[in-house]
Design a protein. Sequence first.
Length: 507
Amino acid sequence: MLVAAAVTIGCGNKYRPVVNPVQPTGPAGTAAGGYAMVLTQPALRTAASATNPCPTPLAAPTAGNPSATTLYAQPSIATVIDFSGDSILAQAAAGYGPLTTAISPDTNEVYSLNCDGTISGIPLTSTLQANNISTTTLFAAPTTTTGGVTTLGAAYVESNLLVQNAAIYTVDKDRSPNSVGALNAGSPPALLQEIPVAPAVVALAGSPSSQRVYAISQGADGNNVTWGQCADPTSVTTNGQVDGIDTATNAVSSRIPVGTCPVFGLTSPDGLRTFILNRGSGTVSVINAQQDTLDTSFTSNSGQPGTIQVGAGPVYAAYYPATSLLVTANYDSGTITFISVPVDAFGNDAAGFGTVLKTVSVGSYPAALSILGDGSRVYVVLQGDPTNATASGAIAIVNATSFNLQNTIAVPGHPRVIASTYNNPEGKVYTVAPDSETLTILRTDTDTISAQLALPGCGVDVHTNYQYVGQSTIAGNAVTANTIVNMSNSPGSGAPTTPFVCTTTSQ
């Protein structure tokens, strides 16, 4: 069946995404209010690079019109997808040149950092309209004046963000010194202050209500590592640093050494442990967030206190609270690693903390993963050969109990993001790629493609507002209602990038 939908968005432009669903054969899920949001950017000509996370736009500013927004010929498009019907509910024009996104803890808002130096707040609702979206500039672009002529410089780009209940933190990689921006969570957000941190800051970690967030830097006080050097992790030999930031005062509370080329981190939903993924070292550094120090109380398999050895090149991780399970995507070894990380009632490491349960081969270049809401499977997005434009990616499906690879399903492009939602007995898995205009949706009761939806532009990011909706138990076992992906994951400086873009028809 072929279904065509025409959605009118800003300035009279019409995008006509074509929906090509594969008709379901199993039971249908019903997730009231269960949505996915996809952000796409039309009219790209070159991709992000390992040293520049912002793609080159189709149109550049001119002397007569130097506005930063003209860096992109068209705004990005936010598309809201219904869980139950795999249908497009709403589309609206958003910011120019989106880089990465994160969702608010209440799941009502998706925040987008844009390559023109702005941040957009996009309500996650089935009635989304362009006038609901707020966009604001955090830092004015620098200017230089020579001979009475003022020239506008490139915009300051915030490259990652983390959203808490009442605050937003951004990675201000272009500022000097490197800093983290503390913002209120208004609409639009407003900058409260800048917090200086270690050089080459790349990412943030923290739970929605944690008393600290952690700024992850590839450099450390006293060394000269710069943003982009970790594109080749073997070229960096100095350790990175994590700066703890007290969310009550926005003051730096700790400086914690980690491994080489850290690229990603996440905090357990209870706020007790933060896990830092060091691509260069092939390790995970564990921080006791209560004590604001490296957690050295468990037995390390790496021989280094506070670290867990995993497969080569860890770049992403997800945490499943019901079983205290951490799973890492190891980009350089084509594997994922399952790690047990339980704590006791007092917040101490429980027996078996830090135990590697299994490392599983999944395929070429696993860039991200999502643990299904019932804890049964892990869905891993495989980027495929990043040097071959005609190669395609895939989704690998791994059983989270037996640790067996169950299936691999080809998807378009070279994807680097994935999201899932679950409503017993069925879930959905979503992925997009920066070199494809297609959203692929898997249904998890059959682990087959449920639909492939045509999108207005190259894929940037995708989020779901619930990882688990519906009943709170399955077969008598309590299920965690929701685990929010409240931090973003932008490309570059060691985080996976795709050197290709879609041959866009949305211009």
